[in-house]
Design a protein around this ligand. Structure first.
Ligand code: ACM
Ligand code: ZN
Length: 540
């Protein structure tokens, strides 16, 4: 087939194809991640190869000028400088796109036009355009149309800042990655046994005491990494939290804060031991694991403390969801505590699992009274699920299935393949220390969040899935991105792209171009270099 007259015989086209049919076959393989739902080359005789840069004219939908202006600002801040361009980019919002996160991205005689179903859809269209331009040196090679929308509503990534603390700038770098992959939920694991990371004005000791830990020198999880005997810590002021929430919102990412209860609460109890079953004193945990000292479920003061904390947290985070943890709460102290046992009696509870359920339901009532919804790890099913709670299924998918069958919203995050603290390589001797076994890229890519054996109606309760990055063995941000990349990209495609369009070989080809972006942006990633654990210490 001859080259169509509208296609200029640039060097690129000589290399690419020479025929439109080959070019058409190639464009859908353009290295976009996540892969769009529909891509086609169009036959627009007036459109040719164009370059787009910082000085491209941005035309805004007059009916949605403010929303389009926000996307235009973000887009132009990332368009390359030094590219001379006469091309225009038109940004429109039109509800006929139907899906609020959907968009149409066209390049034709009228230049580039992005039409979003809402501001979010428009934003995702802009992200697609940026990926194309980054991979093509600021050029668009031929007229095309992309019609796209996400498969799932919850496209999440988690980060544990308790085991190791990461700076505001590092959190923003992490959010930039989520944005690039159209992930829209950042689950911020802010409290745990090893550190309380969010300033609470009414309880300053939470960060002053609970924000720091003295790492033990005893015990060696591996010869590769000893505990270091150093002081570690840090926290985010409320002003910094607001800054991060705003940064995320500009990128259409909702930040879901996690405040762990009733377990994983040693850092809080180091600061305020009166909310434990025994008198303490307690220290912020000096090693990893599950600890028996947890919030006392018998004392009303515990609930007053936690609802005060949650009120300050909810005022900082616009997210509909508040994560209240709920995982791995040993019942040892509750069994021996007079106040907890009295609570069992007065509330007519059968056992300590029902006491945990009482705890979560009481917290839920408060959170609901503020118009918000709780989400918790799947242990919150034990002893009876709180009436409006959503469940994050991490111990496999059974918890998620049970919750969906009971008509509760679910986020799937089973350890395999959603825990990105597990090894990426089968041979681990050259890998930095990790835990949890082998969880390769291919397994993440193959993940199907809708489990077999549930009805379409029940499947409707599965909001999506999430990748979790627990940082016991990630003392630096370089190591965080090493573990998250490229698995985050694979999960992004799981959550965005229809299964019929997925293909692992094709994904790995596209990923090659993304590694160039990681290199250019200074992100460490698996496959680039092997990183040994290097510990850092934050002195108070
Ligand atoms: C968890 O990994 N304990 C939720
Ligand atoms: Zn107690």
């Amino acid at each position: 087939m001859p080259i169509k007259p509208h296609i200029r015989t640039t060097l690129l086209f000589c290399i690419l194809a020479g025929t439109a049919s080959i070019a058409q076959a190639q464009f859908p393989a353009a290295p976009l991640i996540p892969k769009p739902q529909f891509v086609e080359l169009t036959d627009d005789a007036a459109a040719n190869f164009i370059r787009i840069g910082h000085n491209s004219a941005l035309e805004l939908d007059p009916l949605h000028e403010t929303a389009c202006g926000r996307v235009a600002t973000l887009l132009s801040s990332q368009l390359a400088t030094g590219i001379d361009s006469a091309a225009s980019i038109t940004l429109l919002i039109d509800t006929s796109v139907k899906h609020p996160e959907g968009y149409m991205l066209r390049y034709g005689r009228e230049g580039v036009v992005i039409t979003g179903g809402s501001e979010s859809g428009l934003y995702y269209g802009a992200i697609t355009l940026l990926q194309l331009l980054k991979q093509n040196g600021g050029s668009i090679l031929y007229p095309f149309t992309i019609i796209d929308k996400p498969r799932f509503a919850w496209r999440g990534m988690h980060l544990d800042v308790s085991r190791h603390f990461f700076s505001v700038e590092e959190i923003k770098r992490y959010l930039d990655l989520l944005a690039m992959y159209k992930m829209n939920v950042f689950h911020w694991h802010l409290t745990d046994d090893q550190g309380w990371r969010i300033e609470i004005e009414k309880y300053p000791l939470l960060t002053q005491v609970g924000g720091y830990r003295d790492e033990t020198l005893i015990g060696r999880p591996s010869e590769k990494m000893k505990f270091d005997g150093q002081r570690h810590g840090g926290f985010y002021t409320q002003a910094q939290v607001r800054e991060i929430v705003a940064y995320a919102a500009e990128r259409h990412i909702s930040v879901v804060p996690e405040i762990e209860m009733p377990g994983h609460s040693r850092a809080a109890l180091a600061a305020y031991p009166q909310y434990a079953c025994t008198d303490g004193p307690f220290k912020t945990a000096t090693s990893w694991g599950v600890f028996e000292d947890v919030y006392c479920a018998g004392k009303d003061e515990t609930f007053n403390f936690l609802t005060d904390v949650l009120d300050e947290v909810m005022a900082l985070f616009p997210s509909q969801f508040v994560h209240i943890g709920g995982d791995e709460c040993p019942k040892t102290r509750w069994k021996a505590c007079a106040a907890c046992q009295k609570r069992l009696q007065t509330e007519g509870l059968k056992d300590e699992h029902e006491l945990q359920s009482y705890f979560i339901k009481r917290i839920e009532k408060h959170v609901n009274s503020r118009g918000k919804t709780i989400i918790g790890w799947d242990e919150i099913l034990e002893g009876g699920l709180a009436p409006n709670a959503a469940v994050m299924s991490w111990r496999g998918t059974e918890g998620g299935i049970a919750a969906a069958k009971a008509g509760h919203y679910v986020v799937m995050s089973p350890g395999k393949p959603c825990y990105f603290d597990h090894y990426q390589a089968q041979e681990t001797q050259n890998e930095p220390l990790a835990i949890g076994g082998f969880n390769p890229l291919e397994a993440v890519y193959a993940y199907e969040p809708i489990p077999a054996g549930i009805t379409p109606e029940q499947a409707g309760y599965i909001l999506g899935a999430q990748g979790n990055v627990w940082t016991e063995y990630m003392p630096t941000f370089d190591q965080v991105t090493y573990m998250a990349l490229p698995r985050m990209a694979a999960l992004a495609e799981v959550l965005w792209t229809n299964p019929a369009n997925k293909d692992f070989q094709d994904f790995t080809k596209r990923l090659t171009a993304h590694k160039v972006i990681f290199d250019a942006s200074g992100y460490n990633y698996y496959g680039k270099a092997v990183l040994k654990n290097t510990k850092k210490s934050t002195k108070k």
